[in-house]
Design a protein. Structure first.
Length: 235
């Protein structure tokens, strides 16, 4: 019998935020795979490290994580062959993913190569969106408010339109786009409604009102949360 492929959400950074279900799978699977940069350590593995029993085969899925080069389809094709060999030998494989596998998760690229062909189970994880809201002490939405999730990689006009039409917005993948997002929010008069959060739930967590954030660059794992008050939206 072939093995099962698990897409395992390991949460936003704090190892204690991994789910009990994910923990149980980590304890028993013989093979663990995880995304990693071409050089250096894997964040997904670092999050899961305290829960690894230490006797598994590990596959570091090393991909170029730079604009224009991700996802690297040839890389995912090659690692999928390696993963398939383990599955065909009857070994379960857990592919780790920061946050949740299906919310901008890299596991999607592995999933697409196996769904319908092998047994695949997706294990949800704590998303960075809710981790950032908790860190900021800023509720995301209430009552009839609608939450919009957008990547900061959109062009300024598209960002402005989407933020303007939503009572609450989570802007993900801020990184080098922070100045663009800040300018958009200033034009909309929404700067005072916004929080900046980086590395939510990690030791390096940083949280402050966007109005107090003056840096020209931000880490990739950073987010801006924008929410109108209930009085402004008429809820």
């Amino acid at each position: 019998m072939s093995g099962t492929l698990y897409g395992l959400g390991v949460g936003p950074g704090d190892p204690d935020l991994i789910t009990l279900k994910a923990y149980g799978i980590l304890q028993r699977v013989p093979v663990v795979a995880y995304p990693a940069p071409e050089e250096g350590d894997s964040l997904a593995r670092a999050i899961a490290a305290p829960h690894l029993p230490g006797n598994q085969t590990e596959i570091a899925i090393r991909t170029p994580m730079v604009p224009g080069a991700f996802p690297a389809n040839d890389v995912y094709d090659a690692y999928s062959i390696e993963i398939a060999a383990h599955l065909d030998a009857g070994r379960d494989v857990a592919v780790l993913c920061e946050g949740d596998p299906f919310l901008y998760g890299s596991f999607m690229y592995v999933f697409a190569r196996f769904v319908g062909e092998r047994r695949v189970q997706v294990i949800p994880g704590v998303s960075s969106i809710v981790a950032c809201a908790a860190a900021a002490g800023a509720p995301l939405v209430s009552r009839n408010q609608v939450l919009t999730v957008v990547p900061a990689t959109l062009d300024a006009g598209d960002l402005e339109q989407r933020i303007a039409s939503s009572a609450a917005t989570a802007v993900m993948k801020v990184g080098r786009h922070v100045s663009k997002v800040r300018d958009v929010l200033a034009r909309l008069g929404r700067t005072e409604d916004a929080w900046y959060v980086e590395h939510a739930s990690m030791d390096s967590e940083r949280v402050l009102p966007l109005a107090d954030f003056a840096d020209e660059q931000a880490p990739y794992f950073s987010m801006i949360l924008v929410r109108q008050s209930e009085g402004e939206t008429g809820c």
